[in-house]
Design a protein around this ligand. Structure first.
Ligand code: NOJ
Length: 539
């Protein structure tokens, strides 16, 4: 466990801060983590076998991406039964075993929940398809008549996140095209109607089901998406707008997300969570405006919300500092804890984002030290601790992300950051499985296996281990504030309340470190000179 949060109050009688405020979470993408039954797809048995590895890494908690019953149209984010585990991952017994063994090892376990939509194979949706317009079965989803002659146009102009319209027309019982249903994501992911009390009640059942089994909390998928605006108004710019050179398709004015009605849903979730002490709800909240972002983590809503600014920021000191300031500012007013993440299963891996090759590796090392020096909770995406790059040359025949099909084969989607982890040996599948992995693994990853990296003190994995250990053990990481220090151009320096000084050198040449004992650096130093693209911790 991370102890530094407990060191916060000077008053020893003051209650310790909750564990999640400064925890290091490890995100497991189960399909890609470890396969125990030789079908080429990772599963919960594989995760269980590797819990010792995660204990060694030193993380406090796991976030397991969806493992519930699913036809896997979107890697499990299309849930057919939220209170059952898919046989692909080993069924409920495998989940119970992971929970028990993780807890024995002092690891907390959080699960992904997907309240915005279900799978089209969910019993409710199947019932809705076979029921007439206006029926209670259809009222659990968002069905509407179409526009134009014979209702042949979608009810509004919303696009789906994965491409194409956000509406699909159904065939009614008379064999003719009829109503349309809303799916902000793939057609296999119909949006639920959160105005229907049955939907909220069912979500509550799901939450209680998992909490009663001992889960320590949830990551809430699309936590800014469940409520929809009255009348489902058209989007002003469905094709997106340019911000400089960047095409922004989804901003804060997007009517598909961030409707104020969503906060009542989070308040209800919180009252349930509060009945289970020490649990946490973490929202996926893609909201730019700091005030509106902060609303999600008010004291009676979510405990934490993902802030993606750092994950979207290039390796540029001014941009990094702005992202940090922004993220701190977004939660400060409501007294919540910040969260930090460099990558996840939806985002290009950081080594690639920072330029790839040796420079990408060096910068990813620098950034994880910077990130672990920050106050708040840190999320590490599986494989980041091995310095895995994105795999951008997957054969087209292997691509599985719905984006690939929905974009008419123009966007490859997110598979490049989901390639399975290399554990050991010289050749794919590197101990991940005994079969061909569900996505092919590059032969060059023989240099990046866990086995190889455990042997070397200068590996990315060793850096993660040392950094996480120091962060949990040293009082200098205490306190919730940080102060920026003057630093040479191209560099950043901040001091934590507890005394830790973190220095990032984002220039192309070495810089002289300030006075102090050097705790850890992301690259070797000589004569107190911190090399280009690296970070140092001093006390
Ligand atoms: C966000 C998840 O992170 C992503 O992987 C998924 O495709 C969408 N939500 C839809 O559930």
């Amino acid at each position: 466990m991370n102890e530094n949060s407990a060191a916060l109050p000077a008053d020893l009688s003051a209650p310790a801060a909750p564990w999640w405020r400064s925890a290091v979470f490890y995100q497991v993408y189960p399909r890609s983590f470890a396969d125990s039954n030789g079908d080429g797809v990772g599963d919960l048995g594989g995760l269980r076998e590797k819990l010792g590895y995660l204990e060694l890494l030193g993380v406090d908690a796991l976030w397991i991406c969806p493992v519930m019953l699913s036809p896997m149209a979107d890697g499990g984010y299309d849930v057919a039964d939220p209170r059952d585990i898919d046989p692909l991952f080993g069924g409920l017994a495998a989940m119970d075993a992971v929970l028990a063994e993780a807890h024995d090892r002092g690891l907390r376990v959080t699960m992904d929940l997907v309240p915005n939509h279900t799978s089209d194979q969910h019993l409710w949706f199947q019932q809705a398809l076979h029921a007439p317009p206006g029926s209670p079965e259809r009222a659990r989803y968002i069905f509407r008549d179409g526009r134009g002659p014979k209702g042949s146009e979608p009810p509004n102009n919303w696009p789906s996140i994965f491409g194409g319209p956000a509406w699909t027309r159904v065939i009614e019982s008379d064999g003719l095209p009829g109503q349309w249903y809303l799916h902000i994501f793939a057609p296999e992911q119909p949006d639920l109607n959160w105005e229907n009390p049955e939907v909220a009640a069912d979500f509550e059942d799901t939450i209680r089901f998992w909490l009663a089994r001992g889960v320590d909390g949830f990551r809430i998928d699309v936590a800014h998406g469940m409520a929809k605006p009255a009348g489902l108004p058209d989007m002003a710019h469905p094709e997106g707008q340019f911000d400089g050179d960047t095409l922004v398709v989804h901003d804060d004015g997007d009517p598909r997300f961030n409707d104020p009605g969503v906060h009542a849903i989070h308040r209800r979730l919180r009252t349930i969570m509060d009945q289970y002490p020490d649990t946490v709800a973490i929202g996926e909240v893609w909201v730019d405006d700091n005030v509106r972002f902060g609303e999600y983590v008010r004291p009676d809503e979510l405990h934490l919300a993902f802030n993606f600014r750092l994950a979207e920021t290039p390796f540029h000191p001014d941009r990094i500092r702005a992202a940090i300031d922004n993220s701190l500012c977004a939660v400060e007013a409501v007294g919540a804890s910040p969260t930090w993440t460099l990558s996840n299963h939806d985002i290009e891996r950081e080594v690639t984002r920072y330029g790839g090759g040796a420079a990408g590796q060096a910068r990813a090392r620098a950034m994880i030290l910077l990130e672990l020096a920050l106050p708040g909770a840190v999320f590490v995406y599986n494989g980041a601790e091995l310095g895995l790059p994105n795999v951008d040359d997957l054969p087209e025949s292997a691509l599985q992300d719905p984006t690939w099909e929905r974009s008419g084969h123009t966007l490859r989607g997110r598979d490049g950051c989901r390639v399975p982890l290399p554990w050991e040996g010289q050749r794919p599948p590197f101990g991940f499985s005994t079969a061909d992995p569900w996505l092919p693994m590059p032969g060059l990853w023989s240099a990046l296996t866990v086995e190889k990296q455990l042997e070397r003190l200068d590996s990315m994995l060793s850096l993660y281990r040392m950094a996480i250990e120091l962060r949990g053990a040293r009082p200098e990481f205490g306190g919730s504030g940080l102060e920026w220090y003057a630093s040479p151009p191209g560099c950043l320096a901040f001091r934590r309340d507890g005394g830790l000084l973190c220095v990032l050198n984002a220039t192309e040449s070495p810089i002289l470190l300030p006075a102090g004992e050097v705790l850890l650096t992301s690259a070797p130093i000589r004569s107190r000179k911190l090399p280009a693209n690296s970070t140092a911790w001093l006390v």
